[in-house]
Write a protein that binds this ligand. Structure first.
Ligand code: ADP
Ligand code: MG
Length: 282
């Protein structure tokens, strides 16, 4: 079965995070313990793209980890369709990891330096989809093409160090798409890339997501980048949701002082308006 032939979003479950707390016990980093998340609730409808925005330390990555089944909430529930993510057993985790894929901030760390691009992309095809070895190459080439790494025959043999940061993040996105996931969690996927490459990578993410009908949790501290990829925003401040709403609405009429503060911290809004959204290379 290929996602290409499916009705977009038809088999994508709803993600529901309900009143989640996460407390890290006292340790080296935190004498009295850290409440990283407090009563966080959010929903991602099938095929919807939600932005989780907040300053550094607001709890974004902590939530991303819980949503992907890494660690458990101290309180509250997380469900993906009928699956209780906060209670996943080891044997269910494998299936869940296929359906929910992560794109991290650092494309340098995400790829194994000793494996070719072709190998990195073939692994999920073999492991998760059980693709026929003869089929794998065809699928790898198709993935490379879908993330704009052409001519594909050249990229399949390359090692990560032979690629630019932008090209590497394209490989990481292709690898995340390889297992035909239903939800992508992208945690600051462009913040380590050169500014000139960011819009190109974000449009790519937005386009592939839309055509496959995949849900997206896009995590960022940069409100304007969220406009390129998200339908709705959830604003997190010190572990609490302080505002939610349609992306356009929140950006134009922010209600919470913290959201206004995030917006005010942005560079010249006119430049950002004209600069983002333009397809660029990378
Ligand atoms: N493993 C951990 N142990 C202790 N504290 C942690 C751990 N992970 C995150 N934190 C703390 O939780 C808070 C939220 O962190 P994080 O989720 O990484 O924020 P963000 O991704 O928004 O920058 C911070 O105060 C951070 O120091
Ligand atoms: Mg983070």
């Amino acid at each position: 079965m290929s996602v290409d032939t499916e009705q977009p979003g038809s088999t994508v479950p709803r993600l529901v995070v309900t009143e989640v707390d996460k407390v890290f016990p006292a340790g080296r980093r935190s004498a009295g313990g850290v409440q990283a998340l407090q009563q966080v609730s959010l929903t991602i409808e099938p095929g919807e793209s939600v932005g989780l925005v907040g300053a550094s330390g607001s709890g974004k990555t902590t939530l991303a980890r819980l949503v992907t089944g890494v660690g458990r909430p101290s309180a509250g529930t997380i469900t993906f369709g009928s699956l209780r993510v906060d209670r996943l057993r080891r044997r269910q985790l494998r299936g869940y990891r296929r359906e929910v894929q992560l794109v991290f901030q650092d494309p340098y760390a995400a790829l194994n330096p000793v494996h070719t691009v072709g190998y990195a992309l073939s692994r999920p095809l073999v492991n998760f989809l059980g693709s026929d070895p003869r089929e794998v190459r065809r699928l790898v080439l198709r993935l490379l093409d879908s993330v704009g790494l052409t001519p594909v025959e050249q990229f399949i043999e390359k090692m990560p160090h032979q690629l630019s940061g932008g090209q590497r993040q394209r490989v990481v996105i292709a690898r995340a798409l390889a297992s035909e996931p239903k939800l992508l969690v992208a945690d600051e996927p462009v913040s380590m890339l050169d500014v000139s490459l960011r819009a190109g990578i974000l449009s790519l993410l937005a386009d592939r997501r839309r055509e496959r009908g995949i849900s997206l949790l896009y995590i960022t501290h940069d409100l304007l980048s969220a406009r390129v990829v998200t339908d709705r925003l959830v604003v997190l401040n010190q572990g609490r949701v302080v505002e939610t709403g349609a992306t356009v609405e929140v950006l134009q009429h922010p209600r919470h002082p913290y959201t206004r503060q995030l917006l005010a911290a942005l560079p010249n809004p006119f430049l950002s308006k004209t600069g983002l959204g333009q397809p660029e290379g990378g």
